[in-house]
Design a protein around this ligand. Structure first.
Ligand code: DQA
Length: 147
């Protein structure tokens, strides 16, 4: 069974409380439950993690190497700044999907820049929490295509 890591970056621990007008009222625990339920439905296993610290996110990405089949990453603000996360994805040699709850392209200009997209299979943004299950389906389709 394919295994995915769904990894969340800074401030996403406050999902549901933080700027609900942008990110909605769903909590990260709700998102995790949704992902676990969807994983059973589509026949994959998921690990789910969040960290506010860049180094810990790098460690999580490295942990995919030769162990997991796909990385779904909402890197939060580090998306727009972190060469270290970009390099970690290349180093882990794991297919990655960049994910955002909000449509970052309809927001401030600094959110239009992504270091993650440069090494990702694709990007999903603007669909709120539903984006997580869309990303799982997209990763599964990508793996089937690559097989
Ligand atoms: C986000 C978008 C980022 O620009 C922002 O810094 C976040 C959340 C999203 O899911 O929409 O923290 O990744």
């Amino acid at each position: 069974m394919p295994g995915f890591l769904i990894l969340n970056g800074p401030n996403l621990n406050l999902l549901g409380l933080r700027q609900p007008e942008v990110y909605g009222h769903t909590t990260l625990a709700d998102v995790e439950a949704m992902c676990r339920e969807h994983a059973e439905r589509i026949g994959v296993t998921v690990e789910f993690a969040q960290s506010n610290s860049e180094g810990t996110l790098v460690d999580h990405i490295h942990s995919c190497r030769e162990r997991l089949d796909g990385l779904i990453l909402n890197a939060g603000a580090y998306t727009h700044t972190s060469v270290a996360l970009m390099d970690a994805i290349s180093s882990a040699e794991v297919p990655a999907i960049e994910l955002h709850l909000s449509n970052v392209h309809a927001r401030e200009e600094f959110r239009h820049v992504s270091y993650i997209a440069k090494v990702a299979v694709g990007v999903i943004c603007g669909f709120g929490p539903r984006g997580y299950t869309l990303a799982m389906d997209a990763m599964q389709a990508h793996l089937e295509r690559a097989r």
